[in-house]
Design a protein around this ligand. Sequence first.
Ligand code: XCC
Length: 658
Amino acid sequence: MKHFLKKEKELRKKAFADKQIEETVDFLRQQGIETVWGIQAAYDTSLFGLKDRCGFGSHGLCCRNCNLGPCRLDSEELPLHTRLAAPKVKRSSCGKTADNMVAGMFLQTVLRGTSSHLGHAIHVAKAFVAAAKGSENFPIKDEAKLYAVAKELGINTDGMQMLDIAKEVGQKAMEDLVGQGEGPMNFALALAPKNIDKLAKAGIVPQKGAAEAIVQGIHSTAQGMMSSTDHLIMSCLKYGVIDVLALYISTQLQDILLGVPTPKESSIGMDALDKDKVNILVHGHVPVLSEMVVHFANKLEDMAKEAGAKGINVVGTCCTGTEVLMRLGIPMAGSTIMQELVVGTGLVDAVCVDVQCVYPSLSSITKGLHTRLITTMPELRMDNDTYIEFTPENAHESARQIVEEAIKAYKDRLSDRVFLPKAKGHKLMGGFSTEVMIDVLKKLNAQQPLKPLVDLIVDGSIQGVAVLAGCLSSKIQTDMSFVIMAKELLKNNVLVLATGCAATACARHGLLTGEAKKYAGDSLRGVLETIGKTSGLNGSIPPILHFGSCVDNSRCAVLASAIADYLNTSIDKLPLVASAAEHVVEKAAAIYMGVMALGITTHIGVTPKLGGSPYVIDMLTNKLESITGSTLIIEIDPVESAKKMIHHIQKKRRALGI
Ligand code: XCC
């Protein structure tokens, strides 16, 4: 991995690709505020790499779990300047080898990711259970989706009332998430059944009561517990599958509560902030909260006007921003990695966060501003916050209070300390989903909607499908892994779906617009134009289909599963590939292990902390194929990455004889 770390450094030395980021980073630096990029730069300033990020940690060779340690291990895999500081030991105090340590640290990462998505799913399921009891806070918006999910779960809905069906669905979700029932998770049987069968043979089908499994998982990483490298990596797969199922449960329930997204135009960029209005930034992941904030922002416009503003402007970052974009067309002020910049403008009156991907630096940034930092969930409290707890029972009151707090803050806005970059944002189209795709395809073939799509893959008009997902990183040239890869994939007639921050990066570089179809190869462009006409989106259909937030990665898995079912095969046989090129958060590791477990070969770019164990790398990039049919591709260079993804697609095509 040494050469990857070197390449990483080269990539991050390139200029910012997004001018809004560049201008705002400069402005904040003048204000004495260092952002995620400034902190990274501090590691890049020394001679001989002496101030580099810790070489042991970067290779997964540092363990600080127990108080015999922290232990760091020597290895030929380490760069020279790190080896100079290495004790000549190949085992930790308790005797872990490098392989044990790397695999164990990786499992801890995956577990934190899975517990994040499980926590999200539990929040949504609680709101769903309240809805099923007839709560006014959460009326069920999408009955059709409720029936579809009930059917997938094998619930006989004949003669049942809608709320009774919802109660059963809610009960099955709760059983999966926190129950103690016997047998595989209910939702596991509805997603990718053929691949789940394969996993069953390997003994890693998740059982009901995922929360208990997480306890077992964390227990297994304690001192003196699981040390078999093979079993640690198999556990990563197992918790990856639980993660994907938690995503799937969240998406299904959110869709029933809030509606399946549909394509809509919106925009992304810091110019979504409005100097004349009360600006509320929704940030985090839980859309039942952010939708409620939008609802009360609309209701309390008059109050904002009394305070001297022209109205209330809700904007998003992160996945909760994506959720309100996909369903309500609310613009995004930027990607998650830009949260410090958006808040640092001084134009945000309240930043309302729920869970995950919220930088602790927002505490110090808001301290010097009028901006209220509103936290809403007990798992995420911050220094200097205003805590307004959001629960299914008090959803209305708390959302109202959040908006009122923002209006109060607006009156304190420091008009001489506001900044907006000169560079402009971009238009985009989002809101795609499996349901939207199937509806469009039904217009081409009502009986077998997947047939036209499969035919296009078979005749080569579409070479394969790539999903770009996951975070953005300050350790390389931010955004550009995805932008460069997307262009390469499109040029080679690969249909590109995008979610999460990867989608927002593509959007900020204009790739989610109709004009960007110019990047697609001839045959793919033809397909997109047909879909445009059939769907009524016409020329505005973009070449990259924005499939939603990170939990909506499950939408991509659902589509893959549907195609595999239609062909009576398993997902790993399809010309499909995914990438989390700029993975940052633990959740990304959990997702990529989960989608790999389902049979989708996945690429990661930014160097993972696995380099200390060539054995673990070989397991992930090679050996696991015999169990899952998929592998991990590790490659930092974006052009090379795209080549490897295309190579994988071609390999699968050949194996299918197409
Ligand atoms: Fe990563 Fe999920 Fe967070 Fe963006 S928001 S930083 S997890 S890509 Ni979901």
